[in-house]
Write a protein that binds this ligand. Structure first.
Ligand code: PMP
Length: 300
């Protein structure tokens, strides 16, 4: 079923959902020359809504444009307020927000420095990305036969549309084999991340996640989890994880804006810990209320 909402912000204007369209010769459609963000807005107990870590997401959107070499043609605060406006214009209390910048119509060659940079921002209701059952009872994952990007093959710290073909291949491969999610290894064989999430292992009170220098996206949820974990008395460190570390962890979980904190109960046919996410006390890490308490959230 096609997504349906009321309004989309497109190049500075709030337009009707169905009018937010592009030409078929849009550069990004052919070469993946777009970059985007995924942001979540949560309903609060007092009836208002809060956008989780808005500044960090907008900063990463600008950084993605800088890395690619076609920066956003708007000031930082304009993009921030446009995001809030989209949530309000669609009457959403809780939603997923998708800003996407892309190279538009102009030159068709690969070098197209003068093509316009467009920005669209949409929002819609989106529940648990890996399913309610997945968040509650854990998902089944498999290490993909596709390798994650080398840092000098793709700009992995930039959320570039074209980067995601690698994720689509891995996700499709494991879904067709009956699993929920793919875990991707880097070119040296260390654990990189899942197709749209970062990965953590838990052993006792120690959390480990793939180092920032690897070919992973610098996840904003990953950062929030490390912070909350440390505040909760856990050790949280970056560590070059191998398959061995996955198989022998007490717990493995994935973090991302869409997936939030999703436990993994099985990897490559091996149960993780006792094969149930609740066996090791995780504090309240997976409870998004804790993440929402963060003082930098923007309240709408
Ligand atoms: N890695 C990849 C490849 C992703 O697409 C995402 C989702 N943005 C993440 C990790 C998690 O990042 P975040 O927590 O900022 O959503």
């Amino acid at each position: 079923m096609a997504l349906q909402g009321k309004k989309i912000w497109l190049d500075g204007e709030m337009v009707d959902w169905d009018k937010a369209q592009v030409h078929v010769l849009t550069h990004a459609l052919h070469y993946g020359t777009g970059y985007f963000e995924g942001i979540r807005c949560y309903a609060l107990d007092d009836g208002r809504s809060a956008v989780f870590r808005l500044d960090e997401h907008v900063r990463r959107l600008f950084d993605s444009g800088k890395i690619l070499g076609f920066p956003l043609p708007y000031p930082f605060d304009r993009v921030k307020s446009a995001i809030m406006d989209v949530v309000r214009a669609n009457g959403l209390k809780e939603c997923y927000i998708r800003p996407v910048a892309f190279l538009g119509l102009g030159e068709m060659g690969l070098y197209a420095p003068d093509n316009p940079v467009h920005l669209a921002i949409a929002a819609w209701s989106w529940g648990a990305y890996l399913g309610d059952e997945g968040i509650k009872n854990g998902i089944r994952a498999k290490v993909s036969s596709y390798t994650r990007h080398h840092v000098n093959v793709m700009m992995t710290k930039s959320k570039v549309s074209g980067n995601y073909i690698n994720s689509v291949l891995a996700k499709t491969e494991v879904k067709k084999a009956g699993y929920d999610e793919a875990i991707m290894l880097d070119p040296a064989g260390f654990v990189a991340e899942a197709t749209g999430m970062n990965l953590f292992t838990v052993n006792g009170r120690r959390l480990r996640t793939t180092p920032d220098y690897a070919g992973i996206l610098r996840g904003i949820t990953r950062d929030a989890v490390m912070q909350v974990a440390r505040e909760g008395g856990y050790e949280a460190e970056e560590y070059p994880l191998t398959r061995y570390d996955l198989y022998t962890a007490d717990e493995v979980f994935l973090t991302g804006t869409a997936a939030e904190v999703t436990p993994v109960r099985e990897i490559d046919g091996r149960p993780i810990g006792a094969g149930k996410p609740d066996d090791v006390p995780r504090g309240k890490l997976e409870e998004r209320e804790m993440l929402l308490d963060h003082p930098r959230d923007q309240v709408a």
